[in-house]
Design a protein around this ligand. Structure first.
Ligand SMILES: Cc1cc2nc3c(=O)[nH]c(=O)nc-3n(C[C@H](O)[C@H](O)[C@H](O)COP(=O)(O)O)c2cc1C
Length: 378
């Protein structure tokens, strides 16, 4: 099914400077785990092509898939890439060079899976803020099966190691030629687990009130900033919903948003990447501001908004009315790696087909699916 492209997209398609980085438009590729690295976490030549295609298709900026940050508890999925050793840095250097040659920019998303880890060759247990079994089931398209394991409560010493892992991975991202890094504080992974009541039932400095539960996000941003210095972009991704709990909302509503977004700004973040299912909808009640608008208001930082913004008129409106500086597309960029070029020339936009994730969300399944569709069209 195709969606007509009507309307004006002058703001979406015009150049801007974002967090000090000059970019050619406002359209960003959202971070997407594709479990296509080698077994020991090195990006492959196929991944270099995959990322290069988005830059060639006109996206101004790519946020990489979530990259694991240490060889302890951070890895979430088998064949997830890392940024923890020289071979991984070398693989990413090929990716960043290809993206830059095609006129794009790329930011590394740094991710610790915590209790949601379902495939980690470095450890045979998962850790989380508390020994609380995650809701939901492991993701089959990332090679998981059945309920999540009950994590072990991470110790204070292990928390320090996890923080150091983020910092070192950020330094490695800089070495690999990335234009910045994004701390993954969203979607139910370790940092978001700490933020979440009921998942975090600790009684030490990391548990209790919202500000204490957000303390790990704050410490990670501070450590990353210290590691990379002032001249490297450091962003943070924040959501209410989780991959294993789509409906979750912060109990404190806008008061929680104010605490979290102010803390990330004070910790030294350069931007916030907010995500909710439909980015333009109110974050809490029937009406009221979106999460992106709250991020902007309470942090004062530039914001990337995410969530169903392949609906380009919503994207244009969010930028035009000041709720977002950039917009990121997940499904839209997978449907069309040349989405910006299509928007510019008013070519049709197809509806996303989840068939590309069958049986796995990796690039082999994707290639197979596209070959099948092409052969059916012949
Ligand atoms: C296959 C897949 C993998 C994803 N992996 C990540 C990830 O590694 N990090 C992250 O922050 N979000 C991840 N997401 C969420 C997307 O970044 C995005 O928030 C989601 O697709 C909604 O945006 P959309 O409506 O534009 O598709 C993933 C989404 C998909 C479909």
């Amino acid at each position: 099914m195709t969606q007509g492209v009507q309307g004006q997209f002058d703001r979406l398609l015009g150049p801007v400077t974002f967090a000090g980085l000059p970019v050619r438009n406002r359209l960003v590729v959202a971070p997407m785990t594709r479990v296509s690295a080698t077994a020991d976490g090195q990006p492959t030549p196929r991944m270099t092509e995959y990322y290069r295609d988005f830059a060639e298709g006109g996206f101004c900026l790519i946020i990489s898939e979530g990259i694991y940050t240490d060889k302890a508890f951070s890895q979430g999925y088998l064949h997830q890439p890392g940024l923890t050793d020289d071979a991984q840095i070398a693989g990413w250097s090929d990716v960043t060079a290809a993206v830059h040659r095609a006129g794009g920019k790329i930011i590394a998303q740094l991710m610790h899976a915590g209790a949601l880890s379902q495939g980690n060759p470095h450890r045979d247990e998962a850790v989380g803020p508390s020994a609380v079994q995650p809701k939901g089931e492991q993701m089959a398209f990332y090679r998981g099966e059945g309920p999540y394991r009950v994590p072990r409560e991470i110790s204070l010493a292990e928390i320090e190691e996890a923080i150091a892992g983020f910092s070192q991975a950020a330094i490695n991202a800089k070495l690999a030629g990335f234009d910045g890094c994004e701390v993954h504080g969203a979607n139910g992974y370790l940092l978001d687990q700490f933020l979440t009541e009921g998942v975090n039932v600790r009684t030490d400095i990391y548990g209790g009130e919202t500000a204490s539960r957000a303390g790990l996000i704050q410490k990670v941003i501070e450590a990353v900033r210290k590691g990379v210095g002032p001249d490297f972009i450091v962003g943070v991704r924040i959501s209410q919903a989780k991959v294993n709990d789509f409906e979750h909302r912060w109990r404190g509503g806008e008061a929680d948003a104010a605490i979290v977004f102010k803390m990330v700004k004070d910790a030294g973040a350069d931007y916030v990447h907010s995500t909710q299912f439909e980015a333009w909808r109110p974050a809490f009640d029937e009406d009221g501001p979106s999460l992106a608008a709250l991020a902007k208001h309470h942090s004062g930082l530039p914001v990337i908004a995410n969530g169903s913004l392949h609906e380009a008129q919503w994207a244009e409106d969010m930028v035009a009315n000041g709720q977002a500086d950039l917009v990121s597309l997940g499904r839209g960029s997978l449907t069309h790696s040349d989405f910006p070029a299509r928007l510019r020339s008013r070519e049709p936009i197809e509806t996303f087909d989840p068939g590309i994730f069958t049986p796995l969300a990796n690039l082999s399944s994707d290639d197979q699916y596209r070959r099948l569709v092409a052969s059916e069209a012949d």
